[in-house]
Design a protein around this ligand. Structure first.
Ligand SMILES: [Zn+2]
Length: 405
């Protein structure tokens, strides 16, 4: 990927570098150590292609991929961004352990102030008494009563006769208690949740229609996380882009015996969005299509009720800066900032990708992405929409005053 960027920006440099490597002294690269492969074949493990169809391994053996930590020698403009340029709404909040008391909420407030996150939407799938207790604590907090809002959870267990009436009644009670939307609908929905009759509950099951209709009637955005990155469904071999992650966290591998495959799940999800055009859906993690923006763009064009959040997919946004820039500009009314896992020191990576045109900088989690990020340099009016305006528009129950115009 970095080669592509260099090739685009500085073809001359690449040509010079290549010329330098073809000096007469290296006319017989690899000496006797090189092995030859046929067109279309991959080099044997432990070797790399040094010339077309000629493979060689390093003289002193290769380090583990964990231990190869090259220091970049690139000298380029660096703009660290500690605080978002405009006040942000984190639509994908999981501030674990910080909602229990007025004191912990105040700590959350000072963390968020340092980042210029003005508001957090808690996407913890809460309902009933738990939701009421949390809202009571937020309301009692002088610092945070206008800065934290909560989404309501739906209980998808035992969908069957009578389920929809109960679920809609619970949702109405949760909204009366102060919930501003629905979510985060977790990824077991569509994968492992069973209906009352024992069959897998599919995302597009018509038995669920009353709850989506209620969401539309009550003007509640539905924040939904479906499935996992595509690579979690693939064989865990050395061609898998998430190999390291799947080896570090084997629980993230998707068991094909227990789960529908990626495409089947995405098809059911898209049916759900299409069948309920009056309901506003926010697909978490850019619907796991940030690695295929053409596919996501087609969906966004076809489905005007679809919005996305950017949580935990910064590695895909930042590795294709030109395509991401254009995508964000084109769909500027439909993209929401959301962070997911609550780690205050990770937010500035998002600000830097969105706000700067910096080249080739580190991401915060090496196991997600062994590549570097690039800034996508969004214009101010797009930043404002992504940071807070879109969330305010689709969530009318949020405090609407005091935001920059
Ligand atoms: Zn989440």
């Amino acid at each position: 990927m970095s080669i592509n960027i260099l090739a685009f920006r500085a073809p001359l440099l690449v040509a010079l570098a290549a010329a330098a490597l073809v000096c007469p002294l290296s006319a017989q690269p690899g000496g006797g150590r090189a092995t030859t492969i046929q067109p279309g074949e991959q080099c044997p493990l432990g070797t790399t292609e040094i010339r077309p169809r000629s493979c060689m391994g390093p003289e002193d053996g290769a380090p583990s991929i964990l231990d190869y930590r090259p220091r970049s020698t690139l000298v380029a403009p660096t703009h660290l961004v500690a605080k978002a340029r405009y006040p942000a709404i984190d639509f994908h909040g999981h501030p674990q352990g910080m909602l229990g008391s007025v004191e912990s909420l105040a700590r959350l407030g000072s963390d968020l102030d340092a980042l210029n996150v003005r508001m957090m939407i808690v996407a913890n799938n809460m309902s009933g008494d738990g939701l009421k207790r949390t809202i009571a604590t937020i309301t009692a907090s002088p610092a945070m009563k206008d800065r934290v809002r909560v989404l309501a959870g739906i209980n998808f267990q035992n969908v069957g006769p009578g389920w929809a009436e109960r679920a809609v009644a619970q949702l109405e009670a949760d909204v009366a208690a102060g919930a501003v939307g629905i979510g985060e609908i977790p990824k077991d929905f569509g994968q492992t949740v069973r209906k009352a009759d024992g069959s897998r509950l599919k995302l597009d099951d018509p038995d669920l229609d009353p709850i989506w209709q209620a969401a539309a009637r009550l003007k509640l955005p539905v924040f939904i996380h479906t499935g996992d990155p595509q690579e979690f469904y693939q064989k865990v071999d050395y061609n898998n882009e998430r190999w390291l992650e799947l080896e570090l966290f084997p629980g993230r591998r998707v068991d094909p015996a227990r789960h529908p495959n990626f495409e089947e799940l995405m098809k059911e999800r898209d049916n759900l969005f299409r069948q309920n055009p009056k309901t506003t859906f926010v697909a978490a993690h850019m619907g796991w299509h940030a690695n295929d923006l053409a596919r996501l763009g087609k969906m966004m064009t076809e489905m005007p009720n679809l919005y996305v959040d950017v949580g935990a997919v910064l590695y895909d946004i930042g590795r294709q800066p030109r395509a991401s820039h254009d995508f964000f500009v084109k769909f500027q009314n439909r993209i929401l900032f959301g962070k997911d896992s609550y780690q205050p020191e990770e937010y500035p990576y998002y600000w830097r990708v969105f706000e700067t045109s910096d080249d080739y900088f580190d991401y915060y989690r090496h196991y997600h992405a062994f590549w570097k990020l690039y800034g996508i340099d969004l214009p101010d009016d797009v930043l404002k929409k992504v940071y807070y305006k879109n969330a305010l528009t689709i969530t009318p129950r949020l405090p609407q005053t005091g935001w920059p115009r």
